[in-house]
Design a protein around this ligand. Structure first.
Ligand SMILES: [Ca+2]
Length: 387
């Protein structure tokens, strides 16, 4: 059902992996295959120039599926490879100021080192986050009660609290039905836990006679980037965020003064922003180059992985500096229980939310919460496995 546990290939294995991968993708034209092979051979001859194979992924054809019984549409994401994480190699210090005036390399530690990641199987990813209406269909069919409904509510947003920290606190009245702000059936469901997402996927899998699950972190970032290695799938500029994503903007600041106090990347005037104070209806903004909406912003999205802050560093443990460029990770999915998991089943989330500055909706940003936690800024989208 899920991708196999993470495996790491080192040394010259990278080139062979890519060669197999290209052969396995049979939907591309013969001409393109020829170009890929030529690039690959060329890369091997000159000493494995990883960047040389990157453009081929951008050319991949991404098709959309017909809607399923919940009106969910999926983008069929081809197998391929990409550079996962935050690539510091070509960054200058002033680049960090573009994102956030107080940022430095330490702020990005759990996103580094960037590493070549190979996705060996195509998968279908929901073009939008799961909506309130879709989650309601699940609840109506099953009578399911979410973790928040059973355990004292979700983390809500209380703008009247003077202390910024207290503005986000757990309250029994905060649930996916009543998150504290108005939502239609077309908004992303929030206040749902990782456990709730698992239950939704299990129900949908039986209903549709297909396998639905959360994406791995690696699949999520691969789809988000759509073959781009920039901060965002639209490029490097946070100034363009308002056209592509629902982030903490002027609308939020106008409605809740001081809520955006950590938001210094873009203008916050009353007329500046994406227009959404809280969640926005899914697909309200521009899709990424592979036709996926709201991967940046709107709601944090649960991923299948257990959380590990230093999992990227572990891939490079013991690898000599001169061989670091050869590290390639194949279908990573982190499932180990580390010392941190003594205190809870911590799970990864990606993409940022309506509460986040553009700095926190970058493709490589990572965070986590406990599997039973639910909040007004967290939802999910699902993968449908390919037959
Ligand atoms: Ca917004």
């Amino acid at each position: 059902m899920n991708p196999p546990p993470c495996t790491v290939r080192r040394g010259s294995g990278y080139g062979r992996e890519v060669a197999v991968l290209r052969t396995a993708t049979d939907h591309r034209s013969s001409a393109l295959k020829f170009v890929c092979c030529a690039i690959l051979v060329g890369a091997m001859l000159v000493g494995r120039s990883i960047s040389a194979v990157e453009p081929s992924t951008a050319e991949m054809h991404v098709r959309l599926t017909p809607a399923n019984s919940l009106e969910m549409v999926f983008a069929v994401i081809p197998a391929g490879d990409y550079l996962r994480g935050f690539d510091t190699a070509n960054r200058r210090e002033r680049d960090f100021d573009i994102i956030h005036q107080y940022s430095n390399k330490q702020n990005f530690k759990n996103e580094t080192p960037a590493h070549r990641t190979v996705i060996t199987q195509p998968f279908a990813l929901g073009v939008t986050e799961v909506t309130v209406g879709q989650f309601r269909a699940f609840v109506r069919a099953t009578g399911y009660q979410t973790d928040a409904e059973r355990n004292g509510g979700a983390l809500g947003c209380f703008p009247d609290e003077k202390n910024y920290v207290d503005r986000f606190r757990k309250a029994p009245e905060i649930t996916w039905k009543t998150p504290g702000f108005t939502q239609s059936d077309a908004h992303p469901v929030v206040c749902v836990s990782w456990n709730d997402a698992q239950e939704f996927c299990g129900w949908l899998s039986k209903k549709e006679r297909a396998t639905y699950r959360l994406p791995s972190e690696a699949e999520w970032e691969y789809a988000c980037r759509a073959a781009r290695s920039t901060w965002y799938s639209w490029g490097e500029s946070p100034d363009e965020a308002y056209r592509h994503a629902n982030v903490a903007d002027g609308a939020l600041e106008a409605a809740q003064p001081q809520t955006t106090q950590f938001q210094r990347a873009v203008r916050l005037g009353a007329d500046d922003g994406d227009g959404a104070v809280f969640t926005a209806k899914v697909a309200s903004f521009r899709p990424n180059p592979w036709g996926l909406y709201d991967l940046h912003g709107n709601a944090w999205e649960w991923c299948q992985d257990r959380w590990s802050a230093n999992v990227y560093e572990q891939y490079f443990t013991g690898v000599p500096r001169q061989e670091r460029a050869n590290v390639a990770v194949r279908d990573p999915l982190f499932v180990e229980e580390t010392d941190q998991h003594k205190y809870g089943d911590w799970r990864s989330m990606r993409g940022g939310a309506w509460t986040c500055a553009p700095a926190a909706v970058r493709a490589s940003i990572r965070t986590f919460a406990e599997a039973a936690d639910a909040s007004v800024y967290t939802g999910f989208r699902v993968v449908r496995e390919m037959p």
